[in-house]
Design a protein around this ligand. Structure first.
Ligand code: ZN
Length: 263
């Protein structure tokens, strides 16, 4: 899928978690719902950091372009090192390492560890990166036509304001994990979820997605998981733009209302 569909599916997924959490008696305070949905929308772009022309590789100027090159090489090296007999040879690392469930969990756990052990700047940093990505993904056209600096400013201001709101007592810095020193431990959850939703979205496209690496399936370690061929679509196709994206908006909207106990 393309950036906007990934981000919308990420936001909708977190709102769905919010509705489920409310259903089992662990309702999210509204800032957790909103910030989580934005983080998840941003995190749903992150696996494509292995691809030069992806939205995320352009989001932070030269910094993300260099990181993208490194991730591409790393992914390719890991692919070559762990390839089984049935896995084809390939030239680049796109849709390999960063498109696995293991990667999603590692990135999320890393973010949680950073948020809990770091100071306020660590939380602000995580929020800033994901707010910029959320803007790039959700306001795709607008972000494309405005300057990068403007998008970064928007990301920085919203990170600052949202951290201020979350910090107020009862507003959610200690949602789900309420022990001493566990503030912001939950920040990793929307990051794991975003990456997983991205992988599932890619699995629905023609080339599939090796989500379960390194589990061996049919003599492959990088088995491209996906539904039967007839149910798959091309990235950026009409199905994605005309059917899936409106469906994500509708599901996200209904779940959001459910999460806030409004329906
Ligand atoms: Zn992808």
């Amino acid at each position: 899928m393309m950036g906007p569909a990934h981000s919308l599916s990420g936001a909708a997924a977190w709102l769905g978690v919010g509705a489920a959490a409310a259903g089992i008696g662990h309702p999210m305070p509204w800032p957790v719902l909103v910030v989580g949905a934005l983080i998840c929308a941003g995190a749903a772009l992150a696996p494509d950091l292995d691809h030069k022309s992806a939205t995320i590789s352009r989001a932070f100027g030269p910094l993300s372009r260099i990181l993208c090159g490194i991730i591409d090489h790393l992914s390719h090296a890991v692919y070559k090192a762990t390839r089984a007999k049935g896995d084809p040879r390939r030239n680049g690392g796109h849709r390999t390492l960063t498109h696995t469930a293991l990667w999603a969990v590692l990135i999320g756990a890393g973010a949680s560890a950073l948020a809990v052990t770091g100071d306020r700047w660590a939380v602000l940093g995580i929020l800033f990166v994901h707010m910029v990505l959320a803007v790039e993904g959700l306001l795709w056209r607008a972000a494309r036509t405005s300057s990068d600096v403007l998008v970064w400013l928007l990301g920085a201001t919203s990170a600052w304001i949202l951290a201020g709101i979350l910090d107020r007592p009862g507003n959610g810095s200690s949602w789900l994990f309420s022990g001493p020193g566990q503030e912001y431990l939950w920040l990793g959850l929307p990051i794991v979820l975003g990456a997983l939703v991205h992988d599932i979205g890619d699995a629905l496209t023609v080339s599939g997605c090796p989500i379960l690496w390194p589990l061996p399936i049919a003599r492959k370690r990088w088995y491209p998981l996906g539904p039967p061929k007839a149910m798959r679509f091309r990235a950026g196709s009409r199905v994605e733009v005309k059917v899936l994206m409106p469906a994500f908006m509708l599901l996200g909207g209904v779940s959001g209302l459910g999460a806030l106990d409004l329906i």
